[in-house]
Design a protein around this ligand. Structure first.
Ligand code: SF4
Length: 223
């Protein structure tokens, strides 16, 4: 009996090796495309790149590190690709069904806002850009929140039942937020802070206004 199974084990072994080589080839090709897209700020085979990032993120990042490159590039491209895919649907969503979330670290350190169940209550004191941005976005019909953490986001999403979300945050928060949107079947787009941290973080506000104001998704800079 054992020798009858031997050819089967050989075939299975070979299949595993070929499959591993196949995945490795996808990861290498995906990595090359990601690096090239990041450098040129243009997407090449976006579906394939997103597939390689989604399926083989750990391996793709390991390849970046192996050749001495910054693996955060993979997250940058992944977020930009997801934004590109969702932006049209985000903008097709009625404004009153879109929520915007700012992180509280983007406020001025002297911010006088008080915490409420809906997040920090901005009084538009003028000490940071959030006040003007919030006013402008709310004037268009968005609901805007300044939140201290992801538990607030989940609760506010349950309460306001949006169809689309624009989230601002550090790379990790935006990645998690976009994954949450995918799970909840919402159209999520994310803006990564230029400078992250616990306080005095920095956002590219021009990019924020591009996201909320323009009609043509191709106008958005990918990174
Ligand atoms: S504009 Fe709003 S968020 Fe910014 S510091 Fe003033 S109250 Fe705080």
């Amino acid at each position: 009996m054992p020798f009858e199974l031997e050819p089967l084990f050989t075939i299975i072994g070979q299949a595993v090796v070929y499959f591993a080589l196949f995945l490795f080839a996808i990861a290498v090709l995906g990595s090359l495309l990601i690096a090239y897209s990041f450098k040129t700020e243009r997407f090449f085979f976006p579906g394939f790149m997103l597939f390689s990032i989604t399926l083989l993120e750990t391996l793709v990042k390991a390849l970046f590190r192996f050749v001495g490159m910054d693996d955060s590039m993979v997250d940058d491209v992944g977020i930009a690709l997801k934004n590109k895919i969702s932006l049209r649907k985000f903008r097709d969503t009625p404004l009153n069904k879109r929520l915007i979330f700012f992180p509280q670290c983007l406020r001025a350190t002297t911010c006088p806002s008080k915490l409420s169940p809906e997040g920090m209550q901005c009084i538009n004191c003028g000490s940071c850009e959030i006040g003007a941005a919030k006013k402008s976005a709310e004037g268009m019909g968005y609901k805007v929140f300044i939140v201290p953490g992801s538990s607030f986001i989940r609760r506010l999403v349950r309460k306001h039942k949006p169809k689309a979300i624009l989230g601002v945050g550090c790379m990790t928060e935006v990645k998690a937020g976009l994954e949450m949107c995918e799970r909840l079947n919402l159209f999520g787009v994310g803006l990564v802070l230029e400078k992250a941290g616990c306080v005095s973080t920095v956002l590219d506000w021009d990019k924020f206004y591009e996201f909320i104001e323009f009609d043509e998704p191709n106008d958005i800079r990918p990174f």
